[in-house]
Design a protein around this ligand. Structure first.
Ligand SMILES: [Zn+2]
Length: 217
């Protein structure tokens, strides 16, 4: 099957809408391989509802890879112009092909996901995709990188990898020059309620609230 056939997700939008970046309502989780000096093109925010959903899907099959799409908002901060995405919903893929170390979305799967996305979330953005690596750890395989480049080509589109046995996870985010590091994954900002009570249970991330810039900085 050709790439043209299944590349249904091309964004019509070239500019993000403006909003305030919600650092104040978020807990920052950083990964152990996320070094300063990396320059990710977007900050990733995740609602607790979305975190619960993708964690549940990841834990639903401990032998095979599962995955789907991440749906939400792509925005730029009103004062700084800094770009960020908010993962609000997931769309689990139904027709996927498993390998021992890869997952691929079939053509049917891409079409079904696209139709569901258009029907249910016409005002939202396709933030990226997620998939699991049972017993393999958090990294981006060459195949993952190929898939990301071809189907999620925007600088601001991200990929989440979850390992359901060790209960770990991380986001792969492009640098501002478009490069994608296949080993150095990122944590995320957990959007919380007013009490700032966390529900994050990944064992490989730690809180780093000191690093959050204060408003106007
Ligand atoms: Zn993978």
């Amino acid at each position: 099957m050709s790439i043209e056939q299944i590349c249904l997700t091309e964004s019509e939008k070239t500019k993000p809408r403006l909003a305030y970046i919600p650092y104040q309502q978020a807990i920052s989780w950083v990964s152990p391989v996320q070094k300063r000096g990396l320059n990710p093109s977007v900050s990733v925010f995740v609602t607790q509802r979305a975190y619960v959903r993708f964690s549940a899907h990841a834990g639903s099959d401990l032998e095979n890879e599962v995955g789907g799409w991440l749906i939400g908002k792509w925005r730029a901060d009103k004062s700084t112009g800094e770009q960020f995405v908010v993962v609000e919903r997931i769309l689990p893929a139904q027709h996927i092909r498993h390998g021992s170390a890869f997952l691929t979305f079939t053509h049917d799967s891409q079409v079904a996901l696209y139709n569901e996305f258009e029907d249910r979330y016409p005002d939202k953005d396709l933030i990226g995709w997620y998939h699991t690596h049972p017993r393999m750890g958090i990294f981006f395989s060459d195949y993952d990188a190929w898939l990301h480049l071809n189907f999620f080509p925007e600088l601001w589109q991200v990929a989440l990898v979850i390992e359901p046995h060790s209960i770990t996870g991380g986001f792969f985010i492009r640098q501002k020059d478009g490069a994608l590091d296949q080993k150095r994954y990122f944590g995320f900002y957990e959007l919380t309620n007013r009490q700032k009570r966390s529900i994050v249970h990944w064992r490989n991330v730690s809180t780093d609230n000191e690093s959050i810039p204060s408003q106007g900085e």
